[in-house]
Write a protein that binds this ligand. Structure first.
Ligand code: SAH
Ligand code: SF4
Length: 394
């Protein structure tokens, strides 16, 4: 085989390790919580701030997992840390690499639950799509994740742990003593994986604070985009307490249609949502809000929709991200034609809105928007079925 050929459907499966552990995982603790945890476990109060700072840097700046490597700490202190604590990130169960370079990881978290994380390489940057919940309580009718019941919220450690896991896989922790490398394979984060991040606000916030920390992973707040279906009461807090960029799953231009596509609209309708969004850029002094708009054939894709959208956006610094619908087995919708999507985009552009059409990435490995997780379950079920049919024991 040509060694330069792209890797297609390269599935690696890693053996699952059962690691019941009574150690305290330090990943995901805020700086204050880390300090307090050290004090609670015998570190003298006077030293705790400094020790927490040192451990923090080892974990988040250098990617060190083993306390023995934390060489600016005394040997017996390191031994004490190793006895009581651990630095643990979600375990990679499988990794698939798409022909376009997109990587999809299935990671396992405590309780045996699994979530998906997607890495999307692009020219000059790379975006990690992070999950915030196992499943989702909301039931957007076009979203595959929405067909799956919520199992639980992820902890802050499991959220920042996804970023650390990806840095491991990309081999991107900085080398100590080496000149700082400004080009990053993992340069951006989007909270667009499984789940509604604003229904897990505190954990998402704490995780992003760690990601943004100047002595940690050091991604600026403008490199993080949080996507919400429209949890209005939490939007202001997002501005105040995280300050990242915001994307909103808009998807329709009338309440009638949005009630069906994004049922949270019944609670907070378009008018209420827009009101909250108007305040957001002022509060964060940030750029435009991204309006995500999935293109569904004959549902929300007419010229009238485009014109209505332009009217609704009036007064909001916005760009529209048109997402061709990613089909999944049993989905009740179809993708709008390319011509329709282009015509829709043209109307928005003529009104002065940037409206890029999102190229689906990683479709061959079901890693595209709205295809996450349930697909994995399905694949597993059908493998089971296949084995059954073949008369083999499972
Ligand atoms: N729960 C959050 C974030 C995750 S979804 C939210 O809804 O915003 C990330 C984006 O993918 C959302 O805009 C979502 O509406 C969109 N999406 C979901 N299913 C899709 C599908 N089948 N095709 C295209 N986009 C989809
Ligand atoms: Fe949940 Fe977002 Fe999917 Fe809606 S689009 S079901 S909020 S993950």
């Amino acid at each position: 085989m040509d060694p330069s050929a792209p890797i297609t459907q390269d599935v690696m499966t890693f053996p699952r390790k059962e690691m019941p552990s009574d150690k305290i995982n330090l990943v995901g603790l805020t700086r204050d919580a880390l300090r307090q945890t050290l004090i609670d476990n015998g570190t003298p109060e006077k030293q705790a701030k400094m020790r927490a700072g040192q451990i923090w840097q080892w974990i988040y700046q250098w990617g060190v997992r083993d306390f023995a490597e934390m060489t600016n700490l005394a040997k017996d202190y390191r031994a004490m840390l190793a006895e009581k604590f651990e630095v643990r990130v979600p375990e990679v169960v499988s990794k698939q690499v798409s022909e376009d370079g997109t990587r999809k990881y299935l990671v396992r978290i405590d309780g045996g639950h699994e979530v998906e994380v997607v890495y999307i390489p692009e020219e000059g940057r790379g975006t990690l799509c992070v999950s915030s919940q196992v499943g989702c309580t909301l039931t957007c009718s076009f979203c595959h994740t929405g067909t799956q019941k919520l199992v639980r919220n992820l902890t802050a450690g499991e959220i920042v742990g996804q970023v650390m896991m990806a840095r491991d896989d990309l081999n991107e922790w900085p080398e100590r003593g080496a000149p700082k490398d400004e080009t990053r394979l993992l340069s951006n984060i989007v909270l667009m994986g499984m789940g509604e991040p604003l229904y897990n606000f505190e954990n998402v916030r704490d995780a992003m604070k760690i990601v943004m920390d100047a002595e940690g992973i050091q991604l600026g707040r403008r490199r993080i985009t949080l996507s919400t279906s429209g949890v209005v009461p939490e939007i202001h807090r997002t501005a105040q307490e995280i300050g990242c960029l915001l994307a909103v799953s808009f998807h329709a231009t009338t309440d009638e249609t949005r009630d069906v596509l994004v049922p949270i609209n019944k609670k907070w309708n378009i008018e209420k949502l827009l009101e909250a969004l108007r305040e957001y850029p002022k509060a964060t002094n940030s750029e435009r809000i991204t309006f995500e708009y999935v293109m569904l054939k004959d549902v929300n894709d007419t010229d009238e929709d485009a014109h209505r959208l332009v009217k609704l956006l009036d007064g909001i610094p916005a760009k529209v991200n048109l997402i061709p619908f990613n089909e999944w087995p049993g989905a009740p919708y179809q993708r709008s034609s390319n011509n329709r999507i282009r015509a829709f985009a043209t109307i928005l552009m003529q009104a002065g809105y940037a409206s890029p059409i999102r190229t689906p990435r990683g479709e061959d490995i079901m890693a595209a928007c709205g295809q996450l997780k349930s697909a994995t379950e399905r694949a597993r079920k059908s493998r089971k079925e296949i084995l059954k049919e073949a008369g083999q024991a499972i």
